[in-house]
Design a protein around this ligand. Structure first.
Ligand SMILES: Cc1cc2nc3c(=O)[nH]c(=O)nc-3n(C[C@H](O)[C@H](O)[C@H](O)COP(=O)(O)O)c2cc1C
Length: 386
């Protein structure tokens, strides 16, 4: 049997602090620190404590060149190698270790930058609830907790500053000034299908398909995209869109159609919205929501092992959400965007592999209750969780 180390591995030294009363009584330092090595490997998607012997083996074995198990056991001991194989930190070439090998192979084939794979994997949420204290404190409470914030802007010396001319009004002004984050969606209201269609097509739809090879094409959209690759896909959660059965759909940007992933009754869709949005009930009532999912395989096809590729995916998603906000404003609807979402639960719902597809953010929109901004929106408008 041959073995090698998994492709991406980060060792973190964590410490637990406690008060050592015996030392305190003897006149020594009150704080005692216990340190532990944790292995963070994106293909395993969990933190694993490792021993000093295991750490030495992980540091000594190649993640590229295969070595025989016997040779590794000779260097690091049978028990150490067996334990690392069992955890999936070492990859074996036999069927017994096929699962870990398949996950490791997916990671290698996707061309992740190792640090980006770690950031992505270990930044995801599972079953997080805003009831666990995530709800944003008021600006007043923040001031009490943290004191004065840094000023709202950089203030370089004004000497030699060029005063700019007064601003003329322009075509975009109406949408720009009407745009705001809604947190007061009307549970009785729905979105007409024509409005939803325009929102989706003008934000996520292909305005043009350009052939760049016999079988390769790129899309032109209304937002910019790193490398012109448009790796961000739109999955729609329709709660109350006229003529659409509640459920999850993929919006096809070329065919301009909603392809069902799973339809459901309204109550289930409402529950799902809350779960996806980490119980942010002030957003979950929005009748139309879009989960933005980046396809790493499309982006990293060009940006292989690239330092900036992961950042570009977040930027692409941000551009799409602003376009969505402006189109919603045009339709007289407040909108929202949030990254405070349960990515892992969404992956399971949509059947996505986090190594190939990154759930980045959710945006949504709908009519405001009573047609006006509520006090909570005004409060959140001043300060927010994210
Ligand atoms: C990246 C990003 C993440 C956000 N996350 C949340 C969120 O988790 N919950 C929420 O209610 N609003 C969220 N917002 C909305 C902001 O709080 C909002 O834009 C800000 O308060 C300014 O208000 P305005 O959009 O009405 O101008 C987010 C906005 C951005 C751009």
């Amino acid at each position: 049997m041959k073995i090698r180390r998994c492709a991406v591995l980060y060792m973190e030294s964590r410490e637990k602090l406690s008060i050592d009363w015996r030392t305190v009584l003897a006149g020594g330092s009150a704080l005692a620190a216990t340190t532990q090595w944790l292995a963070l490997a994106p293909h395993l998607d969990q933190e694993l404590p490792v021993t000093a012997e295991e750490l030495a083996a992980l540091g000594g074995l190649s993640h590229t060149v295969w070595t025989t198990r016997a040779e590794a056991e000779q260097r690091y001991g049978e028990a150490t190698i067996a334990s690392l194989l069992k955890q999936g930190l070492l990859i074996g070439d036999t069927t017994e270790h096929a699962d870990a090998q398949a996950r490791d192979d997916t990671l290698r084939a996707t061309h992740w930058r190792p640090l980006s794979a770690l950031t992505h994997t270990f930044g995801r949420w599972r079953e997080v609830s805003s009831d666990n204290g995530m709800e944003a404190p008021s600006f007043q409470a923040l001031l009490e907790m943290f004191g004065e914030p840094p000023p709202p802007t950089l203030d370089l010396p004004a000497e030699g500053a060029l005063k700019l001319p007064a601003v003329r009004s322009g075509l975009l002004d109406e949408q720009l000034f009407k745009r705001y984050t809604g947190r007061n969606f009307d549970l009785q209201a729905s979105i007409p299908l024509a409005v939803a269609a325009r929102l989706l097509q003008r934000t996520f739809g292909a305005q043009e398909v350009r052939m760049v090879g016999p079988h390769a094409s790129v899309l032109k959209k209304t937002s910019p995209s790193g490398g012109g690759l448009h790796p961000v896909e739109a999955f729609v959660l329709a709660q109350r869109v006229d003529g659409v059965t509640p459920g999850l759909y993929h919006y096809h940007p070329i065919e301009h159609e909603l392809r069902p992933v799973r339809t459901m009754d309204s109550a289930t869709a409402a529950e799902l919205a809350k779960q996806m949005l980490a119980d942010q009930h002030w957003l979950a009532d929005a009748p139309l929501q879009v989960v933005m999912v980046a396809r790493m395989e499309r982006s990293f096809w060009k940006y292989r092992n690239h330092q900036k590729a992961y950042r570009a995916l977040a930027l692409d998603t941000g551009h799409l959400s602003q376009t969505f906000y402006l189109l919603a404003a045009e339709a007289g609807l407040p909108a929202f965007v949030t990254a405070a979402i349960n990515d892992v639960d969404i992956e399971q719902e949509l059947g996505l592999d986090h190594l190939r597809h990154a759930v980045v953010a959710i945006c949504g929109c709908g009519p405001a209750r009573g047609g006006v901004r509520s006090m909570v929106e005004l409060r959140y408008g001043e300060t927010d969780a994210l």
